[in-house]
Design a protein around this ligand. Structure first.
Ligand SMILES: Cc1ncc(C[n+]2csc(CCOP(=O)(O)OP(=O)(O)O)c2C)c(N)n1
Ligand SMILES: [Mg+2]
Length: 333
């Protein structure tokens, strides 16, 4: 029987293994661009939130977005090829790690500007409301964006116009080398969101099932026009980017938090509850490992784009229809 927890475990393990393989791709010198941000240690949030979303929902991510896209159904081959800058990647190799997008699967774009992907979901939410679509749109971002004005402008508009939108902060406690304590005086982020008229909750657990049941009502309410804010407290196990050895963090702190591992926790729970045996889990881990090995081979063997492709797909060919009347319909005169 395929249980909820088994699904969650599989998603988290796929994310971690994908990230480990991307790291190998980087070391082999096969990634395009010099920056690579891994989400190892942060797997719980994208996993439980994705599970609570529906197929036709959409999302944006920050620069640390591989895990989120995988949890939403991203194809590891096309993702890995994109990160390697190849023609078979999601954006024909023109986006790379920090700019993957594919609207056909609900990914409205990764954004390397801190907070940059947040207002996009407000626009998406407006369109769902206008066209009476039952979708929601979720912005995933880091704690660095909690100090950006655009978040609060977006929250205000979403609440004012009752938009089907969720703002999800993956709070890993650091923005590059700056600990959150040095960036903000009051850490009551749910309080901030509530003051704008949003539903809000904060999740600080290693138990992905518990997290799921906590965030699910926020996602469900968003679908009926009550926007929400979710804070997922976690820890990035490694440096900000692949080359960062995090000298600004205490070794004991890193050791402690790496022990607080949602994947280890889920594995133990699966065994303790007799859902899967250790052998079954090893088999599953092996399958995932093979899947990600294949993604690496796919990316390495994929071909590069022709140089004459550079200027294609840069501008939209469509004439933008006037949106004035649509906006009027939503917000009134
Ligand atoms: C507006 C803006 N300011 C500064 C940067 C440089 N920068 C890139 S990532 C980053 C830290 C972001 O931290 P956080 O939002 O917590 O995400 P995390 O890296 O922890 O996942 C900064 C400051 C940027 N990309 N955009
Ligand atoms: Mg952070």
């Amino acid at each position: 029987m395929n249980t909820f927890l088994e699904d969650f475990y599989k998603t988290m393990k796929r994310i971690r293994t994908f990230e480990e393989r991307v790291s190998e791709l980087f070391i082999k010198g096969e990634t395009a661009g010099s920056m690579l941000h891994l989400s190892i240690g942060e797997e719980l949030g994208p996993t439980c939130i994705s599970k609570a979303m529906n197929d036709n929902d959409t999302f944006t991510t920050h620069h640390r977005g591989h895990g989120i896209f995988l949890a939403r159904g991203g194809d590891p081959n096309k993702m890995m090829a994109e990160i390697a800058g190849k023609k078979d990647g999601y954006c024909k190799g023109k986006g790379g790690s920090m700019h993957i997008a594919d609207m056909s699967v609900g990914h409205l774009g990764a954004n390397a500007i801190v907070g940059g992907g947040i207002p996009t979901v407000v626009g998406a939410g407006m369109s769902y409301k206008y066209f009476s679509k039952p979708s929601i749109s979720v912005a995933f971002f880091g704690d660095g964006a909690l100090q950006q004005g655009i978040l609060y402008e977006s929250m205000n508009m979403a609440a004012l116009w009752d938009l089907p939108v969720v703002f999800c902060c993956i709070n890993n406690q650091y923005g590059m080398g700056t600990k959150i304590d040095k960036a903000v005086a009051v850490k009551d982020f749910t309080g901030r969101a509530k003051s704008f008229g949003l539903n809000a909750c904060s999740v600080n657990t290693l138990d992905v099932e518990e997290a799921y049941y906590k965030i699910k009502p926020i996602i469900d309410d968003a679908r009926s026009g009550k926007p929400g804010f979710i804070e997922i407290e976690c820890y990035r196990f490694y440096g900000h980017a692949r080359m960062d050895k995090s000298p600004y963090r205490d070794i004991d702190e890193e050791k402690l938090y790496r022990e607080r591992d949602p994947i280890k926790f889920a594995k133990k729970k699966l065994i303790d509850k007799n859902i899967l045996s250790k052998d079954n889990i090893d088999k599953l881990d092996n399958e995932i490992s093979n899947e990600m090995d294949e993604a690496i081979s796919f990316a390495i063997n994929a071909s590069l784009n022709d140089t004459n492709e550079i200027f294609k797909d840069v501008y939209s060919n469509k004439n933008p229809e006037s949106i004035k009347t649509r906006i009027k319909k939503i917000i009134g005169n």
